[in-house]
Design a protein around this ligand. Structure first.
Ligand code: PLP
Length: 395
């Protein structure tokens, strides 16, 4: 007997599991190098050396009672201060340790802030396509997810629809840039226009509308693209960050929230978020990883490797006749399905051992997502197969 709320999640999970098992079956049958698995957003470049060096040094030299002990629910103060100073150097902000709460990755950070601010029935607005887990997180606190339709020309947020859909009941808007699944980066003009709408609506309703910036891909930006730091444009912004992609540490579950002083009633929100971290069951972010992050705060993964993959896949697919927006960041390509039902296209891809995720998994049917966090060889070897797939759809 499981809770009713869980039933749709269990049903949906079996679709994901089927895809995962299908990938494993194909790899067994044809060999891993003959399967072009673009389905998973798992980083393919290793964590930088400083991560291993920090782990070894901390394990050897740090007092184990402190290294593995409990601390403030928000995390070690020195770690939070180090990250705050790094943000200040990079983005001209003015944060200190108290503005940061270390979290168990971005997923946990989003849950912490939603638990902190959301009352049952209040609305959280998201822009399709979006990371479908947002829906689950909002449901965790009995909120209501409100979707804005995709702008399939640019995949920038449709701000006219946003303005129409904000109500007195809107508590938060989630944005994600660089974006999963399209790879677009929200421009500074977009952010300014978005901030102006939120300011206007807050005044109109006498409410507080939080802008939650989910940014695990911040560091994965190409061709020198700028990723605006949103706290500078709108004071009720909360940033959710993660090292899953920026340091290739998704299994280590480490990230943070930034709750600026400028945010309405900031001190209460910060205190409540620390408690939310605890009572959601995370208690605090992993202690060893917090200390590792402090030592690797300005380290980077080899973004050039993703960039090389991005160009090879984008150029290869467009040469075959596929249509997709050129990604500026993250490690995804969002390709227009040549048939309306993109699941049919995904099925056809499997004949050539190509695994893709249907856009309906991001509330945007008619498209497929390819995660190019794979080896460069996988991309190069997949291109002749994509050519055959394109021919099947007369491209
Ligand atoms: N938000 C987006 C847009 C993501 O793509 C992901 C993971 O892929 C997450 C949040 C969760 O990241 P984390 O592993 O840090 O919890």
């Amino acid at each position: 007997m499981i809770a009713e709320k869980m039933i749709p999640f269990v049903q949906n999970n079996s679709a994901i599991r089927t895809m995962f098992e299908e990938g494993n079956r194909l790899k067994k049958q044809y060999g891993a190098d003959k399967v072009y698995d673009f389905s998973l957003g798992n980083p393919s470049v290793p964590a930088p050396d400083c991560v291993r060096e920090a782990i070894v040094d901390l394990a050897n030299n740090e007092d184990p009672v402190i290294l593995h002990g409990y601390m403030n629910n928000a995390g070690f103060e020195d770690v939070r201060e180090t990250i705050a100073q790094s943000l200040n150097r990079r983005f001209g902000t003015d944060f200190s340790a108290k503005n940061l709460i270390m979290t168990v990755g971005a997923a946990s950070g989003l849950n912490v802030i939603l638990k902190t601010v959301l009352n049952p029935g209040e609305e959280v607005i998201v822009f399709a396509p979006y990371f479908l887990e947002y829906g689950a997180y909002v449901k965790n606190y009995d909120g209501k997810l409100v979707e804005i339709s995709p702008d399939t020309e640019t995949f920038q947020p449709d701000l006219e629809e946003l303005e129409r859909k904000i109500t007195a009941n809107t508590r938060a808007v989630i944005v994600n840039s660089p974006h999963n699944p399209t790879g677009v980066i929200y421009s500074e003009d977009t952010i300014k226009a978005l901030a102006a709408i939120l300011e206007k609506k807050q005044k109109e309703y006498g409410s507080v509308i939080y802008l939650i910036s989910d940014e695990p891909y911040r560091e994965l930006a190409y061709d020198g693209a700028e990723v605006p730091y949103l706290t500078k444009y709108y004071k009720n912004t909360v940033v959710g960050y993660s090292y899953s992609k920026s340091l290739s540490l998704p299994g280590e579950r480490i990230g943070y929230l930034v709750i600026p002083d400028d945010l309405e009633d900031s001190e209460t929100v910060i205190a409540a978020a620390g408690i939310a971290n605890r009572i959601l069951g995370s208690v605090n972010a992993p202690s060893l990883m917090q200390k590792v992050i402090a030592r690797c705060v300005d380290a980077e993964v080899d973004v050039a490797a993703y960039d090389k993959n991005r160009l090879a896949l984008y150029n290869g697919l467009t040469a075959c006749g596929f249509q997709c927006i050129k990604p500026q960041g993250a490690f995804y390509l969002f390709v227009k399905s040549p048939v309306a039902d993109e699941k049919e296209f995904c099925e056809a891809g499997k004949k050539y051992n190509i695994l893709m995720v249907p856009g309906s998994s991001f509330a945007c049917p008619g498209y497929v997502r390819l995660a190019y966090c794979v080896s460069y060889e996988t991309i190069i070897n997949s291109l002749p197969e994509f050519k055959k797939l394109a021919a099947e759809f007369s491209l």
